[in-house]
Write a protein that binds this ligand. Structure first.
Ligand SMILES: Cc1cc2nc3c(=O)[nH]c(=O)nc-3n(C[C@H](O)[C@H](O)[C@H](O)COP(=O)(O)OP(=O)(O)OC[C@H]3O[C@@H](n4cnc5c(N)ncnc54)[C@H](O)[C@@H]3O)c2cc1C
Length: 226
């Protein structure tokens, strides 16, 4: 799995702070944008985000390339609707080599790994047979497993990213999407530390755990915020 931050709003925190200032100052963002100090940006963002006025961070967007994840993972990713996606097509791209994602629970158990490997080999062979018989790749793909690797590009704003991290950086999230989310968080934190400084699972960003009996126990379980 490889997660890359391809691009982002230039000077994302300055853009968001200037936007925030627009709402409660007589000057327009064109005047404030270039003159805000880092300290002022920090103060403005802490203040407005503390008030819950988080729409201001929608002005910063980030584009990631997420490569070599399983289709099981990409399906979870695209459930996050307030983002734009472009995914490798299984209609246009023929699977030359399955190269499946192998969960550690399978890789770490010899007989499980053997059974898994045999199944993937059979899938690959059947896929090749179908394509060889003239079945279009858009139909041959029906036999491909969740383990099949895929590449996807995701463009998303900072507000939705914080929401995404809340659910997907949590210990309760499935391991592969959690690994993707943690990688994404590290990348955006490097370019927008003020926006993402306390981003992460609920226990980090809201100091509560909504998971009830399923909580990992990292923070005292607190389903109703008390
Ligand atoms: C641990 C875990 C287990 C899960 N298990 C399952 C499962 O078993 N089955 C399953 O189907 N899904 C499951 N999901 C996916 C989950 O139900 C959500 O679809 C996914 O997390 C996207 O979250 P979201 O809807 O909050 O956010 P997004 O799509 O990222 O949207 C962000 C926010 O925008 C608002 N919003 C977006 N669209 C609308 C809309 N149409 N109407 C109103 N408000 C909207 C909501 O406030 C939403 O929270 C699981 C997720 C997690 C983290």
């Amino acid at each position: 799995m490889n997660v890359t931050l391809l691009s982002h709003t230039p000077d994302p925190e300055r853009v968001c702070a200037a936007a925030a200032l627009t709402s409660y100052w007589h000057k327009g963002a064109s005047e404030t944008f270039g003159v805000l100090t880092e300290k002022e940006i920090e103060d403005i963002l802490s203040k407005v985000m503390g008030y819950g006025h988080v729409s201001v961070i929608e002005h910063a967007t980030f584009t990631f390339s997420i490569e070599g994840i399983s289709r099981a993972c990409s399906h979870q990713l695209v459930r996050h609707r307030l983002a734009s996606y472009t995914q490798q097509s299984q209609r246009y791209v023929r699977v030359e080599e399955l190269d499946p994602v192998v969960p550690a629970t399978i890789a770490g158990e010899e007989r499980a790994a053997e059974a898994y490997g045999a199944c993937m080999k059979a899938v690959q062979e059947t896929y090749e047979t179908l394509v060889g018989l003239g079945v279009p790749t858009e139909d041959a793909r029906f036999i491909l497993p969740n383990a099949t690797t895929t590449n996807i590009v995701m463009t998303v704003n900072a507000r939705e990213l914080r929401h995404f991290f809340k659910y997907r950086c949590c210990e309760r999230a499935q391991w592969e999407i959690r690994a993707v989310a943690r990688e994404m968080l590290a990348l955006v934190r490097a370019v927008a530390p003020k926006i993402f400084k306390n981003a992460g699972p609920s226990c980090v960003c809201e100091h509560v755990c909504p998971e009830g009996d399923l909580s990992c126990g990292r923070i005292k379980v607190n389903a109703n915020g008390t």
